[in-house]
Design a binder for this molecule. Structure first.
Ligand code: AP5
Length: 185
């Protein structure tokens, strides 16, 4: 089963994806975390990605899709796959469809988490990751609106694929909403 956790910066994609993967025994791929690890390890990809991530822009489709392709080949992703923060552009969504098609698979559900934007700013400022300063947060929201949110139209072409849930509640309440959304598939 392939599940996409979708939504603006700070809606709780990573929090919910980690919980869901642990409880269901699924593989969890966060492209943001993979990039932060590459930056910390100063790999070639990390060196290319550092400034882009610091500015809240998107790393190229080719780089992230390569990360996704390599990660999905790992055995722990056979039981189920949670994609957190990928795809983020139409190019990435098309690449993902091709990768899955080659394995005879397709996306089972897009869990679209929504939270009021001012709540998100407060959550991110409170977390304080390197890209959680006010300027970069605004840049990340703009990128989300311009490049990522249009993916909802892309996935809406498949009837019943998108499940939209309210992410403005405590973590376990949101989790139960995610679970209902996925079980409905
Ligand atoms: P990424 O790491 O994916 O960042 P993001 O999408 O901005 O998402 P966040 O991690 O900020 O938020 P989240 O929705 O996962 O929420 P979280 O659970 O962490 O990407 C970072 C960067 O990498 C991008 O800007 C880009 O440069 C690059 N990148 C990544 N993927 C890419 C791609 N596919 N293509 C190109 N570039 C890519 O929660 C946020 C905070 O809220 C936490 O402190 C958490 O504890 C708290 N919280 C969570 N749930 C709740 C709740 N229910 N109530 C209260 N607080 C909560």
């Amino acid at each position: 089963m392939i599940i996409i956790f979708f939504g603006a910066p700070g809606v709780g994609k990573g929090t919910q994806a980690a919980l869901f993967a642990e409880r269901m025994g699924f593989g969890h791929l966060s492209t943001g975390e993979a990039l932060r690890n590459a930056i910390a390890a100063q790999t070639d990809i990390g060196k290319l990605a550092k400034q882009i991530v610091d500015e809240g822009k998107l790393v190229s489709d080719d780089i992230v899709t390569k990360i996704v392709e390599e990660t999905l080949a790992q055995p722990k992703f056979q039981a189920g796959t949670i994609l957190d923060g990928y795809p983020r552009t139409i190019g990435q969504a098309t690449a993902l469809a091709d990768i899955l098609h080659a394995k005879g698979q397709s996306v089972a559900v897009v869990v679209n988490i929504t939270v009021d934007q001012e709540t998100l700013v407060q959550r991110l400022l409170a977390r304080g990751r390197k890209d959680d300063n006010e300027e970069t947060i605004r840049a990340r929201f703009a990128v989300y609106e311009n490049e990522t949110a249009p993916l909802l139209d892309f996935y809406a072409k498949t009837p019943n694929l998108i499940k939209t849930i309210d992410g403005e509640a405590d973590v376990e309440t949101v989790y139960s909403r995610v679970k209902i959304a996925v079980e409905g598939k």
